[in-house]
Design a protein around this ligand. Structure first.
Ligand code: FMN
Length: 310
């Protein structure tokens, strides 16, 4: 049997196939379909300090090879999560990573602190594609100074590892990754959705109530793989990279891994094929078996070793 386990920031994951925030609820919804303890980890929907209703409809639109969403981070708040959802999660034999967001630095810190004693939660994933109300709505992840301060502040207060999920809309991804590394982040997650828009030509109006939304799905795979490649080129194995964006089958997952991702998250594919994460897991095992590889870690960043260095 190939060894698919991965150790990151002192936590051992049974395999590198996780599910992405916002595309798998809190994990419990999938229990009727399959045993989710087969997954390497479940990243929850984004959690904020107070409950949020989310945006008005329409919040989803189909696009070529993908979808746009403007859900607006609907969630029950951290207390609601701990009271209603966490007791169920505790019974599942896999790790949970809570995706955290806030409108101020304090809110991020408070959400993380509220989760410190929840032992099933092994790490926090910061969604920094959120408006900072104290900075006039500028997204946390779009300003390097604001991002660095946020990560440093959280790292100074919490015990659990902190992953930062970067936006592909902010500009040079390597410099934003550098800010996170310098601020003490334990991992970089690449990428969140790309800003997009769809217009309905019958009504001649934008389809989403918010006009613009986040593009996800196979359409964004090449962008995500490029960003994983760029960040790995600069940082190598010095910080773990988790790849997310456009993964829907074994090939697309392996592209992330060969570019430098040590784990992958399956997102939008869960909507059109709920079994995609399991198929990918089996596909990676098969791929390794065909090549007589014992350890998954041999694949991480391998494409870099096979191209001439400038
Ligand atoms: C409906 C929906 C909701 C999402 N909610 C969140 C969220 O709460 N927090 C977050 O960081 N990312 C969220 N995402 C982004 C995904 O986790 C992922 O980064 C993105 O969709 C790219 O991966 P994919 O192409 O495999 O879907 C959401 C995506 C979708 C489609």
């Amino acid at each position: 049997m190939s060894d698919l386990s991965v150790e990151l920031f002192g936590v051992r994951f049974k395999n590198p196939v996780w599910v992405a925030s916002g595309t798998f609820g809190y994990g419990m919804e999938a229990l009727e379909l399959y045993d989710i303890s087969r997954l390497g980890a479940v990243v929850t929907k984004g959690i904020s300090l107070k409950p949020r209703e989310g945006n008005a409809p329409e919040r989803i639109a189909e696009t070529p090879c993908g979808m746009l969403n403007s859900i607006g981070l609907q969630n029950p708040g951290v207390e609601g999560f701990l009271k209603k959802i966490y007791p169920e999660i505790r019974k599942v034999d896999t790790h949970f990573i809570v995706n955290v967001f806030g409108e101020t630095e304090e809110e991020y810190v408070e959400v993380c602190l509220a989760l410190e004693e929840a032992d099933k939660v092994v790490a926090y994933e910061l969604n920094v594609s959120c408006p900072n109300v104290k900075k006039g709505g500028m997204l946390f992840g779009h300003d390097p100074v604001v991002l660095g301060r946020l990560v440093e502040r959280i790292k100074g207060k919490v015990k659990k590892p902190v992953l930062v999920k970067l936006s592909p809309n902010a500009g040079d991804v390597v410099s934003f990754a550098r800010v996170c590394v310098d601020a003490g982040a334990d991992g970089i997650v690449l990428i969140n959705t790309l800003l997009g828009m769809k217009i309905d030509v019958k009504s001649q109006k934008p389809e989403l109530s918010t006009m613009m939304g986040g593009l996800s799905g196979p359409a964004i795979l090449p962008v995500a793989v490029r960003m994983v490649w760029e960040v790995f080129s600069h940082f190598g194995f010095s910080i773990p990279i988790v790849g997310v964006g456009g993964i829907y089958d074994t090939d697309s997952a392996l592209q992330h891994v060969l570019a430098g991702a040590v784990c992958v998250q399956v997102g939008t594919a869960n909507f059109f094929d709920p079994y995609a994460p399991l198929k990918i897991l089996e596909g990676i095992e098969e791929y390794m078996k065909e090549r007589a590889m014992d350890s998954f870690s041999e694949l991480v960043g391998r494409a870099h070793r096979l191209v001439p260095r400038p």
